[in-house]
Design a protein around this ligand. Structure first.
Ligand SMILES: NC(=O)c1ccc[n+]([C@@H]2O[C@H](COP(=O)([O-])OP(=O)(O)OC[C@H]3O[C@@H](n4cnc5c(N)ncnc54)[C@H](OP(=O)(O)O)[C@@H]3O)[C@@H](O)[C@H]2O)c1
Length: 229
């Protein structure tokens, strides 16, 4: 049984990760910014015989992250999934106004928060612990489209941040990777996306299972293949 921490666990890929790890017999600590918002997560926790618990962590509240992490009742962390994400402005920013508040929110939630959350849980991590940071194919040089400026910038920054942290944590046996979860049918991915949350999470959990420090710092696809940078 692994202790698994998931941010953004109320819907989308985060919720499916919570379901899948609970089915596997793991202890799931589901972190959400509003503990009453997700009926699906509440139902999962209520029916889990204590295997899934729900805790408040707002990834945009950087100052509150240490206290929120300290309130999560686990002695050790085997896997931390930094899933929470926002899309940010999509297009039209070169011609129109720049929504700096939206930029700040995206940078806080998808770049600063994965750093702050990982840092907050580090005292509970050790040999064999794994951190999976949710980046995107939009972070790679192979992505052929424009737009999504702050999203691509934060997701590319997260790949570099993960690589740098991985170097510093390798001696402690802690593995960190960044991940493209696939184009997934969620609120963010939309209904025309390539794969379901179940397909994405089946690949992600298989990849997480086989991760070692030798993989640490890498950027991977949900199916376990290395992602081009
Ligand atoms: N879906 C795709 O095709 C795709 C592709 C590449 C990468 N990704 C990445 O994969 C991750 C999950 O995506 P998804 O498709 O599952 O997204 P989603 O369905 O839009 O869900 C986003 C999740 O992030 C949470 N969140 C947003 N702001 C937060 C905050 N301030 N504090 C805590 N949680 C917050 C949301 O919580 P609330 O319910 O409270 O809003 C929600 O649980 C994201 O990082 C995304 O960028 C997704």
């Amino acid at each position: 049984m692994a202790n698994v921490i998931i941010t953004g666990a109320g819907r989308g890929i985060g919720l499916e990760l919570a379901r899948t790890h609970a089915e596997r017999g793991d202890r799931v600590f589901a972190l959400v910014r509003d503990t009453a918002k997700s009926e699906d997560l509440t139902a999962l926790a209520d029916g889990s015989n204590g295997a899934v618990s729900v805790h408040k962590l707002d990834a945009a509240d950087l100052a509150g992250i240490p206290a929120a992490a300290a309130a999560v009742p686990c002695d050790s962390v085997d896997v931390l999934y930094n899933v929470a994400g926002v899309t940010g402005p999509i297009s039209g920013e070169l011609e129109g106004d720049t929504d700096w508040d939206a930029w700040d929110l995206a940078i806080d939630v998808m770049l600063k928060a994965p750093f702050a959350i990982t840092k907050a849980f580090l005292p509970k991590m050790g040999e064999g612990s794994k951190v999976i940071n949710f980046s995107s194919q939009l972070a790679a040089s192979t992505w052929p489209y424009g737009g999504f400026y702050v999203y691509v910038a934060t997701k590319a920054g997260l790949v570099a941040l993960t690589r740098s942290m991985a170097i510093d944590l390798k001696d402690r046996g802690i593995s960190l990777i960044s991940l493209h979860p696939g184009w997934v049918k969620t609120d963010m991915g939309g209904p025309d996306a390539d794969i379901t949350t179940e397909e994405s999470v089946a690949g992600i959990t298989a990849l997480t299972d086989r991760l070692t420090v030798e993989d640490s710092g890498g950027f991977f696809k949900w199916n376990g293949e290395p992602h081009p940078l």
